[in-house]
Design a protein around this ligand. Structure first.
Ligand code: ZN
Ligand code: ZN
Length: 448
Protein backbone atom coordinates (compact mmCIF):
# COMPACT_ATOMS: atom_id res chain seq x y z
CA UNK A 1 0.00 0.00 0.00
CA UNK A 2 1.23 3.41 -0.80
CA UNK A 3 0.81 6.35 1.48
CA UNK A 4 0.59 9.59 -0.39
CA UNK A 5 -0.39 13.13 0.50
CA UNK A 6 -3.91 14.17 -0.03
CA UNK A 7 -3.99 16.59 -2.94
CA UNK A 8 -6.67 19.24 -2.98
CA UNK A 9 -7.37 20.85 -6.30
CA UNK A 10 -7.65 24.59 -5.62
CA UNK A 11 -10.57 26.60 -6.89
CA UNK A 12 -10.36 30.41 -7.20
CA UNK A 13 -12.62 30.73 -4.14
CA UNK A 14 -10.49 28.44 -2.02
CA UNK A 15 -7.30 30.31 -3.06
CA UNK A 16 -8.87 33.57 -1.90
CA UNK A 17 -10.02 31.99 1.30
CA UNK A 18 -6.56 30.57 2.02
CA UNK A 19 -4.98 33.97 1.35
CA UNK A 20 -7.33 35.47 3.91
CA UNK A 21 -6.43 32.72 6.38
CA UNK A 22 -2.72 33.32 5.77
CA UNK A 23 -3.18 37.05 6.28
CA UNK A 24 -5.02 36.45 9.51
CA UNK A 25 -2.17 34.24 10.77
CA UNK A 26 0.40 36.90 9.86
CA UNK A 27 -1.63 39.68 11.47
CA UNK A 28 -2.23 37.76 14.69
CA UNK A 29 1.47 36.80 14.85
CA UNK A 30 2.35 40.52 14.59
CA UNK A 31 -0.08 41.23 17.44
CA UNK A 32 1.54 38.51 19.55
CA UNK A 33 5.02 39.91 18.83
CA UNK A 34 3.86 43.41 19.80
CA UNK A 35 2.37 41.98 22.99
CA UNK A 36 5.63 40.09 23.63
CA UNK A 37 7.41 43.46 23.43
CA UNK A 38 5.16 44.72 26.22
CA UNK A 39 5.68 41.48 28.17
CA UNK A 40 9.48 41.90 27.96
CA UNK A 41 9.19 45.52 29.18
CA UNK A 42 7.20 44.32 32.19
CA UNK A 43 9.68 41.50 32.88
CA UNK A 44 12.60 43.95 32.71
CA UNK A 45 10.95 46.25 35.25
CA UNK A 46 9.93 43.36 37.53
CA UNK A 47 13.47 41.97 37.34
CA UNK A 48 15.17 45.31 37.98
CA UNK A 49 12.92 46.05 40.96
CA UNK A 50 13.54 42.58 42.42
CA UNK A 51 9.89 41.54 42.32
CA UNK A 52 10.96 37.88 42.28
CA UNK A 53 13.07 38.25 45.42
CA UNK A 54 10.24 37.03 47.65
CA UNK A 55 11.66 33.54 47.91
CA UNK A 56 12.73 32.77 44.34
CA UNK A 57 16.28 32.13 43.18
CA UNK A 58 15.99 34.34 40.14
CA UNK A 59 13.53 36.15 37.93
CA UNK A 60 13.60 33.15 35.55
CA UNK A 61 12.60 30.76 38.36
CA UNK A 62 9.75 33.07 39.29
CA UNK A 63 8.57 33.28 35.65
CA UNK A 64 8.70 29.54 35.29
CA UNK A 65 6.61 29.14 38.45
CA UNK A 66 4.13 31.97 37.94
CA UNK A 67 3.63 31.92 34.17
CA UNK A 68 4.46 28.31 33.43
CA UNK A 69 7.33 28.93 30.99
CA UNK A 70 9.72 26.03 30.50
CA UNK A 71 12.94 26.82 32.43
CA UNK A 72 14.93 27.51 29.24
CA UNK A 73 12.26 29.81 27.82
CA UNK A 74 12.03 31.64 31.16
CA UNK A 75 15.80 32.26 31.22
CA UNK A 76 15.71 33.41 27.60
CA UNK A 77 12.89 35.89 28.26
CA UNK A 78 14.84 37.40 31.16
CA UNK A 79 18.03 37.57 29.09
CA UNK A 80 16.28 39.25 26.16
CA UNK A 81 14.35 41.61 28.48
CA UNK A 82 17.60 42.73 30.10
CA UNK A 83 19.38 43.10 26.75
CA UNK A 84 16.58 45.33 25.43
CA UNK A 85 17.30 47.76 28.26
CA UNK A 86 20.21 49.09 26.19
CA UNK A 87 18.81 48.27 22.74
CA UNK A 88 15.85 50.62 22.25
CA UNK A 89 15.63 50.29 18.44
CA UNK A 90 15.23 46.51 18.55
CA UNK A 91 12.73 46.82 21.40
CA UNK A 92 10.62 49.32 19.49
CA UNK A 93 10.63 47.18 16.33
CA UNK A 94 9.27 44.24 18.37
CA UNK A 95 6.70 46.43 20.12
CA UNK A 96 5.47 47.62 16.71
CA UNK A 97 5.10 44.04 15.51
CA UNK A 98 7.70 44.64 12.77
CA UNK A 99 10.30 42.20 14.06
CA UNK A 100 9.44 38.71 15.24
CA UNK A 101 10.47 37.55 18.72
CA UNK A 102 12.53 34.75 17.13
CA UNK A 103 14.62 37.23 15.12
CA UNK A 104 14.89 39.59 18.06
CA UNK A 105 16.12 36.80 20.36
CA UNK A 106 18.87 35.94 17.91
CA UNK A 107 19.87 39.59 17.34
CA UNK A 108 20.08 40.40 21.06
CA UNK A 109 22.78 37.73 21.45
CA UNK A 110 25.25 39.94 19.58
CA UNK A 111 23.81 43.44 19.37
CA UNK A 112 25.42 46.33 21.25
CA UNK A 113 24.22 49.95 21.27
CA UNK A 114 26.81 50.62 18.53
CA UNK A 115 25.76 47.77 16.21
CA UNK A 116 22.04 47.74 17.00
CA UNK A 117 20.94 49.79 14.02
CA UNK A 118 22.83 47.67 11.47
CA UNK A 119 21.55 44.46 13.01
CA UNK A 120 17.99 45.75 13.00
CA UNK A 121 18.35 46.25 9.24
CA UNK A 122 19.48 42.61 8.99
CA UNK A 123 16.42 41.57 11.00
CA UNK A 124 14.07 43.53 8.75
CA UNK A 125 15.58 42.34 5.48
CA UNK A 126 16.19 38.66 6.19
CA UNK A 127 14.15 35.64 7.18
CA UNK A 128 14.52 34.15 10.68
CA UNK A 129 16.93 31.59 9.24
CA UNK A 130 19.11 34.28 7.62
CA UNK A 131 19.22 36.16 10.91
CA UNK A 132 20.27 32.98 12.77
CA UNK A 133 23.10 32.37 10.30
CA UNK A 134 24.37 35.93 10.40
CA UNK A 135 24.29 35.95 14.20
CA UNK A 136 26.29 32.70 14.27
CA UNK A 137 28.93 34.20 11.97
CA UNK A 138 28.91 37.39 14.01
CA UNK A 139 29.54 35.50 17.24
CA UNK A 140 32.50 33.73 15.64
CA UNK A 141 34.10 37.11 14.95
CA UNK A 142 33.19 38.29 18.49
CA UNK A 143 34.70 35.15 20.05
CA UNK A 144 37.90 35.56 18.06
CA UNK A 145 38.14 39.19 19.15
CA UNK A 146 37.42 38.19 22.75
CA UNK A 147 40.03 35.42 22.71
CA UNK A 148 42.59 37.84 21.28
CA UNK A 149 41.73 40.36 23.99
CA UNK A 150 41.98 37.75 26.80
CA UNK A 151 45.29 36.43 25.46
CA UNK A 152 46.60 39.98 25.26
CA UNK A 153 45.54 40.68 28.86
CA UNK A 154 47.15 37.46 30.05
CA UNK A 155 50.47 38.19 28.34
CA UNK A 156 50.49 41.73 29.61
CA UNK A 157 50.19 40.63 33.27
CA UNK A 158 53.07 42.12 35.19
CA UNK A 159 54.17 43.23 38.61
CA UNK A 160 57.15 45.49 38.98
CA UNK A 161 58.68 46.03 42.41
CA UNK A 162 61.67 48.36 42.50
CA UNK A 163 63.51 50.37 45.15
CA UNK A 164 63.30 54.12 45.01
CA UNK A 165 66.36 56.31 45.70
CA UNK A 166 65.30 56.92 49.31
CA UNK A 167 64.97 53.23 50.13
CA UNK A 168 61.17 53.02 49.80
CA UNK A 169 59.76 50.47 47.38
CA UNK A 170 57.52 51.29 44.43
CA UNK A 171 54.99 48.85 43.01
CA UNK A 172 53.36 48.99 39.62
CA UNK A 173 51.45 46.27 37.85
CA UNK A 174 48.61 44.93 35.78
CA UNK A 175 46.54 41.84 36.65
CA UNK A 176 44.00 39.87 34.65
CA UNK A 177 40.38 40.49 35.66
CA UNK A 178 39.92 37.38 37.83
CA UNK A 179 43.24 37.76 39.63
CA UNK A 180 42.33 41.41 40.13
CA UNK A 181 39.07 40.43 41.85
CA UNK A 182 40.97 38.03 44.12
CA UNK A 183 43.53 40.72 44.95
CA UNK A 184 40.90 43.37 45.70
CA UNK A 185 39.01 40.92 47.95
CA UNK A 186 42.18 40.01 49.84
CA UNK A 187 43.05 43.68 50.35
CA UNK A 188 39.51 44.39 51.59
CA UNK A 189 39.71 41.47 54.06
CA UNK A 190 43.08 42.71 55.33
CA UNK A 191 41.78 46.29 55.68
CA UNK A 192 38.80 44.99 57.64
CA UNK A 193 41.12 42.98 59.97
CA UNK A 194 43.27 46.06 60.56
CA UNK A 195 40.18 48.16 61.27
CA UNK A 196 38.97 45.60 63.86
CA UNK A 197 42.42 45.63 65.51
CA UNK A 198 42.40 49.41 65.63
CA UNK A 199 38.93 49.52 67.15
CA UNK A 200 39.89 46.95 69.78
CA UNK A 201 43.02 48.89 70.76
CA UNK A 202 41.06 52.18 70.82
CA UNK A 203 38.57 50.60 73.18
CA UNK A 204 41.40 49.30 75.38
CA UNK A 205 43.25 52.63 75.69
CA UNK A 206 40.07 54.58 76.26
CA UNK A 207 38.84 57.90 74.88
CA UNK A 208 41.18 60.00 77.05
CA UNK A 209 44.09 59.39 74.71
CA UNK A 210 44.69 61.67 71.78
CA UNK A 211 42.99 59.92 68.83
CA UNK A 212 45.33 58.93 66.05
CA UNK A 213 44.55 60.44 62.68
CA UNK A 214 42.51 58.10 60.49
CA UNK A 215 44.76 56.88 57.66
CA UNK A 216 43.75 57.71 54.08
CA UNK A 217 42.44 54.99 51.79
CA UNK A 218 45.83 54.80 50.03
CA UNK A 219 47.59 54.40 53.37
CA UNK A 220 45.11 51.72 54.43
CA UNK A 221 45.73 49.83 51.18
CA UNK A 222 49.49 49.90 51.84
CA UNK A 223 48.95 48.60 55.39
CA UNK A 224 46.65 45.89 54.05
CA UNK A 225 49.27 44.73 51.54
CA UNK A 226 51.83 44.51 54.34
CA UNK A 227 49.42 42.38 56.39
CA UNK A 228 48.83 40.10 53.38
CA UNK A 229 52.58 39.58 52.99
CA UNK A 230 53.04 38.84 56.69
CA UNK A 231 50.10 36.44 56.71
CA UNK A 232 51.35 34.57 53.63
CA UNK A 233 54.84 34.11 55.09
CA UNK A 234 53.49 33.17 58.51
CA UNK A 235 50.98 30.54 57.37
CA UNK A 236 52.95 29.20 54.44
CA UNK A 237 51.90 29.84 50.89
CA UNK A 238 49.07 27.35 50.47
CA UNK A 239 45.73 28.33 48.95
CA UNK A 240 44.15 25.15 50.41
CA UNK A 241 41.71 22.66 48.91
CA UNK A 242 38.47 24.25 47.63
CA UNK A 243 36.41 22.61 50.40
CA UNK A 244 38.59 24.04 53.13
CA UNK A 245 38.43 27.59 51.84
CA UNK A 246 34.78 27.97 52.66
CA UNK A 247 34.57 25.91 55.81
CA UNK A 248 32.47 27.43 58.53
CA UNK A 249 32.53 26.37 62.16
CA UNK A 250 29.72 27.48 64.41
CA UNK A 251 29.55 27.43 68.18
CA UNK A 252 25.99 27.49 69.36
CA UNK A 253 24.30 27.15 72.74
CA UNK A 254 21.99 24.19 73.11
CA UNK A 255 19.06 26.47 73.98
CA UNK A 256 19.55 28.63 70.87
CA UNK A 257 19.61 25.62 68.62
CA UNK A 258 16.23 24.50 69.95
CA UNK A 259 14.65 27.96 70.08
CA UNK A 260 15.86 30.92 68.02
CA UNK A 261 14.51 33.40 70.60
CA UNK A 262 16.43 31.88 73.50
CA UNK A 263 19.36 33.81 74.99
CA UNK A 264 22.77 32.40 74.23
CA UNK A 265 25.68 32.43 71.88
CA UNK A 266 25.67 31.64 68.18
CA UNK A 267 29.07 32.63 66.86
CA UNK A 268 31.43 31.72 64.06
CA UNK A 269 34.93 30.45 64.84
CA UNK A 270 36.37 33.96 64.54
CA UNK A 271 33.88 35.34 67.05
CA UNK A 272 31.46 36.99 64.62
CA UNK A 273 27.86 36.61 65.79
CA UNK A 274 25.46 34.96 63.38
CA UNK A 275 21.65 34.88 63.68
CA UNK A 276 20.27 31.85 65.50
CA UNK A 277 18.47 30.89 62.28
CA UNK A 278 21.82 30.58 60.52
CA UNK A 279 23.25 28.17 63.05
CA UNK A 280 20.00 26.19 63.00
CA UNK A 281 20.32 25.93 59.23
CA UNK A 282 23.96 24.88 59.36
CA UNK A 283 23.10 22.25 61.98
CA UNK A 284 19.96 21.08 60.15
CA UNK A 285 21.88 18.92 57.68
CA UNK A 286 25.26 18.88 59.39
CA UNK A 287 27.73 16.40 58.08
CA UNK A 288 30.15 17.40 60.85
CA UNK A 289 30.07 16.93 64.58
CA UNK A 290 28.08 19.83 65.99
CA UNK A 291 29.52 21.25 69.21
CA UNK A 292 26.83 22.42 71.55
CA UNK A 293 27.70 24.39 74.65
CA UNK A 294 25.88 23.81 77.94
CA UNK A 295 24.86 26.64 80.26
CA UNK A 296 28.25 26.48 82.03
CA UNK A 297 30.13 26.96 78.74
CA UNK A 298 31.28 23.34 78.61
CA UNK A 299 31.11 21.67 75.24
CA UNK A 300 28.26 19.19 75.17
CA UNK A 301 29.26 16.92 72.37
CA UNK A 302 26.51 15.70 70.15
CA UNK A 303 26.69 12.29 68.60
CA UNK A 304 26.89 13.17 64.94
CA UNK A 305 25.47 9.84 63.80
CA UNK A 306 22.10 10.44 65.39
CA UNK A 307 21.76 13.92 63.85
CA UNK A 308 23.19 13.58 60.40
CA UNK A 309 21.07 11.83 57.82
CA UNK A 310 22.30 8.24 57.32
CA UNK A 311 23.33 7.41 53.72
CA UNK A 312 20.41 5.03 53.07
CA UNK A 313 17.89 7.61 54.30
CA UNK A 314 19.58 10.33 52.26
CA UNK A 315 19.33 8.18 49.13
CA UNK A 316 15.64 7.62 49.82
CA UNK A 317 15.17 11.37 50.39
CA UNK A 318 16.87 12.25 47.10
CA UNK A 319 14.87 9.61 45.30
CA UNK A 320 11.56 10.88 46.72
CA UNK A 321 12.14 14.65 46.46
CA UNK A 322 14.55 14.66 43.45
CA UNK A 323 15.47 18.33 44.00
CA UNK A 324 14.60 21.36 46.10
CA UNK A 325 10.92 21.19 47.05
CA UNK A 326 10.41 24.97 47.29
CA UNK A 327 7.71 25.96 44.76
CA UNK A 328 9.25 26.69 41.37
CA UNK A 329 12.78 25.58 42.29
CA UNK A 330 13.71 21.90 41.88
CA UNK A 331 17.45 22.62 42.03
CA UNK A 332 19.75 19.64 42.65
CA UNK A 333 21.42 18.53 44.82
CA UNK A 334 19.60 19.65 47.93
CA UNK A 335 20.22 19.69 51.66
CA UNK A 336 18.09 17.64 54.02
CA UNK A 337 15.85 19.99 55.98
CA UNK A 338 14.29 18.76 59.22
CA UNK A 339 10.72 20.12 59.04
CA UNK A 340 10.72 19.98 62.83
CA UNK A 341 14.32 20.69 63.91
CA UNK A 342 16.11 17.81 65.60
CA UNK A 343 17.10 20.19 68.40
CA UNK A 344 13.37 20.55 69.12
CA UNK A 345 12.90 16.80 69.14
CA UNK A 346 12.11 16.36 65.43
CA UNK A 347 13.08 12.87 64.25
CA UNK A 348 15.48 12.18 61.38
CA UNK A 349 12.89 10.27 59.36
CA UNK A 350 11.75 10.52 55.78
CA UNK A 351 8.43 12.14 56.76
CA UNK A 352 10.21 14.86 58.80
CA UNK A 353 12.70 15.62 56.04
CA UNK A 354 12.40 17.70 52.87
CA UNK A 355 15.07 18.45 50.30
CA UNK A 356 15.85 22.18 49.94
CA UNK A 357 18.57 23.91 47.97
CA UNK A 358 21.01 26.17 49.82
CA UNK A 359 19.07 29.30 48.88
CA UNK A 360 15.72 27.97 50.06
CA UNK A 361 17.17 26.33 53.14
CA UNK A 362 18.15 29.86 54.10
CA UNK A 363 14.68 31.16 53.19
CA UNK A 364 13.13 28.69 55.62
CA UNK A 365 15.54 29.16 58.54
CA UNK A 366 16.42 32.83 58.24
CA UNK A 367 13.82 34.63 56.17
CA UNK A 368 10.63 33.51 57.82
CA UNK A 369 9.31 31.15 55.14
CA UNK A 370 7.40 28.23 56.61
CA UNK A 371 7.02 24.68 55.49
CA UNK A 372 4.84 21.98 56.97
CA UNK A 373 3.83 18.50 55.92
CA UNK A 374 0.08 18.09 55.77
CA UNK A 375 -1.62 14.88 56.91
CA UNK A 376 -1.91 13.76 53.26
CA UNK A 377 1.91 13.90 53.00
CA UNK A 378 2.02 16.98 50.76
CA UNK A 379 4.27 19.89 51.69
CA UNK A 380 2.75 23.31 52.17
CA UNK A 381 4.92 26.43 51.95
CA UNK A 382 3.95 29.85 53.28
CA UNK A 383 5.42 33.30 52.82
CA UNK A 384 6.72 35.16 55.89
CA UNK A 385 3.33 36.94 56.16
CA UNK A 386 1.54 33.58 56.25
CA UNK A 387 0.09 33.67 52.75
CA UNK A 388 0.34 30.26 51.07
CA UNK A 389 2.86 29.75 48.27
CA UNK A 390 1.20 27.24 45.94
CA UNK A 391 3.16 24.68 43.92
CA UNK A 392 1.32 25.82 40.78
CA UNK A 393 -0.35 29.24 40.84
CA UNK A 394 -3.84 29.50 39.38
CA UNK A 395 -3.93 31.03 35.89
CA UNK A 396 -5.22 34.60 35.51
CA UNK A 397 -8.80 35.11 34.33
CA UNK A 398 -8.92 36.26 30.71
CA UNK A 399 -11.66 38.05 28.81
CA UNK A 400 -13.81 35.67 26.73
CA UNK A 401 -12.14 36.94 23.52
CA UNK A 402 -8.53 37.69 24.55
CA UNK A 403 -7.39 38.31 20.96
CA UNK A 404 -10.05 41.01 20.46
CA UNK A 405 -8.86 42.66 23.65
CA UNK A 406 -5.26 42.53 22.36
CA UNK A 407 -6.27 44.00 19.02
CA UNK A 408 -8.28 46.78 20.68
CA UNK A 409 -5.40 47.64 22.99
CA UNK A 410 -2.95 47.84 20.09
CA UNK A 411 -5.37 50.03 18.15
CA UNK A 412 -5.70 52.31 21.17
CA UNK A 413 -1.88 52.60 21.12
CA UNK A 414 -2.04 53.68 17.49
CA UNK A 415 -0.63 50.39 16.21
CA UNK A 416 -2.14 49.37 12.87
CA UNK A 417 -0.93 45.81 12.46
CA UNK A 418 -1.65 43.91 9.30
CA UNK A 419 -0.55 40.84 7.39
CA UNK A 420 2.55 42.55 5.94
CA UNK A 421 3.79 44.32 9.09
CA UNK A 422 6.56 41.78 9.77
CA UNK A 423 7.28 40.80 6.16
CA UNK A 424 11.03 40.55 5.42
CA UNK A 425 12.48 42.64 2.60
CA UNK A 426 14.16 39.54 1.16
CA UNK A 427 13.45 38.90 -2.52
CA UNK A 428 14.82 35.37 -2.72
CA UNK A 429 18.48 36.07 -3.50
CA UNK A 430 21.14 33.75 -2.00
CA UNK A 431 22.49 34.83 1.39
CA UNK A 432 26.29 35.24 1.50
CA UNK A 433 26.93 35.15 5.26
CA UNK A 434 30.69 35.79 4.96
CA UNK A 435 30.12 38.90 2.88
CA UNK A 436 27.36 40.11 5.17
CA UNK A 437 29.58 39.80 8.27
CA UNK A 438 32.48 41.54 6.52
CA UNK A 439 30.25 44.45 5.67
CA UNK A 440 28.40 44.64 8.99
CA UNK A 441 30.71 43.60 11.84
CA UNK A 442 32.87 46.45 13.16
CA UNK A 443 35.79 44.11 13.93
CA UNK A 444 35.59 41.85 10.89
CA UNK A 445 38.01 43.80 8.73
CA UNK A 446 40.69 44.75 11.22
CA UNK A 447 41.75 41.58 13.07
CA UNK A 448 44.16 42.38 15.92
ZN1 ZN B 1 16.76 23.05 57.74
ZN1 ZN C 1 15.41 25.79 46.04
Amino acid sequence: MEIGTLRIVPTPESIQELDRLGDEIAELAAHLDAATGRLLDLIREFDARGGWGNGFRSCAHWLSWRVGFAPGAAREHVRVARALGTLPLLGQALARGELSYAKLRALTRVATPETEERLLAVGRAGTAEHVERIVRGWRRVDRQAEAREAALQHTSRALQVYPDSDGTVRIKGRLTAEVGVLFVQALAAAREALYQQRRASDAATGPADVPEETPTMEQQQADALALLAETALHHGIDPGAPGERYQVVVHVDAEVLADADALGQSVLEDGARVPAGTSQRLACDASLVVMRHGRDGRVVEVDARTRTIPPALRRALHHRDRGCRFPGCGLRPGQGHHIRHWAQGGPTTLSNLALLCRRHHRAVHEEGYQVERRPDGELRFRRPDGRPLPEVPSPPTLAPEPVDVLRARHEAQGLRLHARTAMPGWLGERLDVGWAIDVLHPLANNPG
